[in-house]
Design a protein around this ligand. Sequence first.
Ligand SMILES: [Zn+2]
Ligand SMILES: [Zn+2]
Length: 272
Amino acid sequence: MNITKTSDSIELSSPFFNSLCDKCFFSSEWLTFTICTYFTFQTVFWLYNLFLIYIEFNDIPSIDKYRIQKHKAKLRFQPEIIRQMKEGTIKHQLSLILTLPLLYYLLSYFGHISVRSSIPSLLTITYQIILFILGEDFLFYWTHYLFHTPWLYKHIHKKHHIFKQPTGVVFVLADPWESLLQNQVAVWLVPIVIKEKHLFTICLWIFIRVYQTINAHSGYDLPYISPQYYFPWLLSGTLQHDYHHQYAKMNYGSFLTLWDRLMNTHKIKRDN
Ligand SMILES: [Zn+2]
Ligand SMILES: [Zn+2]
């Protein structure tokens, strides 16, 4: 751990992020933030989706038994699915390139984003991630609930519901208004208003949010790698969101079953 003497304080710095910033990113904290967040997103996005593509094309009985919509044939990525996914992925990648560099300034607006300082304590990381999840889940539930009112569904949210049998990459299919409210405002509002945040916590939050949404759209209720496997009563997940795509109703929450249970919109069903 390095000790950096600033004009009025002594700050402990993280050797990893410090040397990354100085050696690779021209000592620019903004560039370090942008590249690290981008890299985190890409890692989880591609690794998880490539795994899902692999299991779609390879019949592995020990994995196929966890497929949720067994009454339908496997997706096998028909040309129309590939076309929609290519288009959605390109648009989503472009939106990332435009929004991640701005995120640094948004996170700095009400507080401070630390890049060089030492990684926060486990307690700080945990309570901040819990606040991020509670805030995101509340905003996601209510915007999603409203998107299912007839006019908003027809003109905005229907695009996300093209596939009744979802797979991981389907989460990128969304109208720009939906992306803005659910993938940006809902995800970033609490991190923006919290005063002190660290690049490490932000990267962890990106990892958790992207992993959660790919998992929810995966079409497989896989044990061990699904968080809801450990806390099925508390956490929403694949069974809930798969039902939501099949019937275009119920299960509007993202992380938690809390709002769905309170509003009587919680429902799951599985093929035997
Ligand atoms: Zn969805
Ligand atoms: Zn929906």
